[in-house]
Design a protein around this ligand. Structure first.
Ligand SMILES: NC(=O)c1ccc[n+]([C@@H]2O[C@H](COP(=O)([O-])OP(=O)(O)OC[C@H]3O[C@@H](n4cnc5c(N)ncnc54)[C@H](OP(=O)(O)O)[C@@H]3O)[C@@H](O)[C@H]2O)c1
Length: 278
């Protein structure tokens, strides 16, 4: 578990669900993941699967306090529309509180980010959302937001993997007590290509582990919440077991050297989701 700055705790290894679009398959995956031991699920309004995740969690018989949901608001809107969309997430997920709610992508207009954040604060203050945060915010975008808010973001979820270690952002987040949540930990499969493969494969052999496990263990060693996605039962188990691997400092440093700032997803400073929608 990882304790956020408001003392709320979340499992440091969760299941990513981007591109899980087939309802029957998603339900099967969530139930298998629960059986394996996953308790933290990362979704988003933009993934169009909150309703299935809600169904699966209900069907699992887990008590509400036994699982954790991170979801993300799709784009930016008027305050009224933002409230409406957040309530829709509650209905789709079939929960009476959300563990972590994130702004999915920053708006290009810093004032709009503040406006959206004010609605997040309302939900947080009502206790409907246990922690509030950002996703894909650069340090600059955070600097334009933080001085104007009542409640500092608890989390920033950004792309993070051996090719993009976020070394500078981590320092800034640590200075502000903001938890990093890393997405795309397997580089959407690119970890298995060079120059990553040779370095990771050598380390993986040393720990009798897989390349995916080493990448996940590397993020966990940096105190980052990791959310690998898989629809395959074997790989779900493999990824989950990465938490048992404790990497030596020398191996962490070897992986750190792979950082070239390589992105598999949009650049947050120039993203296509950044326009205000009324
Ligand atoms: N905030 C944001 O803007 C944002 C953006 C992107 C992603 N995310 C979140 O981060 C999560 C993870 O990122 P991602 O889904 O883009 O990519 P990822 O987790 O880096 O990689 C997923 C890919 O790797 C494969 N895979 C999974 N486990 C594997 C293993 N052990 N060995 C080999 N291949 C494996 C998966 O295929 P199979 O499914 O067939 O196993 C899938 O093709 C997302 O699902 C989403 O929840 C957030």
């Amino acid at each position: 578990m990882i304790k956020l700055s408001n003392n709320y705790e979340l499992p440091n290894l969760g299941l990513g669900t981007f591109l899980m679009n087939d309802d029957a398959e998603t339900k099967r995956v969530i139930l298998e993941a629960i059986e394996i031991g996953y308790r933290h699920f990362d979704t988003a309004q933009m993934y169009f699967n909150e309703h299935v995740i809600g169904d699966a969690l209900l069907a699992s018989g887990l008590k509400r306090s036994e699982f954790f949901i991170t979801t993300k608001l799709n784009r930016h809107h008027s305050k009224a529309k933002t409230r409406e969309l957040i309530y829709k997430s509650f209905a789709d997920l079939k929960v009476d509180y959300i563990d972590l709610l994130l702004i999915h992508w920053p708006n290009h207009d810093d004032k709009i980010n503040i406006q959206t954040w004010e609605v997040f604060e309302e939900f947080y203050e009502k206790g409907l959302v246990k922690a509030i945060g950002l996703s894909n915010f650069t340090r600059y975008q955070m600097e334009q937001l933080i001085p104007h808010v009542k409640i500092k973001p608890h989390v920033n979820q950004v792309e993070m993997h051996p090719g993009l270690s976020q070394v500078n952002l981590i320092k800034y987040l640590n200075d502000h007590g903001i938890q990093l949540m890393g997405y795309g930990p397997l580089m959407r499969g690119n970890l298995f290509n060079e120059p990553y493969f040779s370095v990771l494969d050598k380390i993986a052999k040393k720990y009798k582990a897989s390349i995916a496990q080493i990448a996940i263990a590397w993020g966990l060693a940096k105190n980052v919440i990791m959310i690998p996605k898989s629809v395959n039962k074997e790989r779900l188990g493999e990824n989950f077991n990465a938490s048992k691997i404790i990497l030596k400092e020398e191996d962490i440093k070897l992986i750190d050297k792979l950082n070239t700032g390589r992105r598999m997803y949009a650049d947050p400073a120039n993203n296509v989701y950044g326009n205000f929608i009324e």
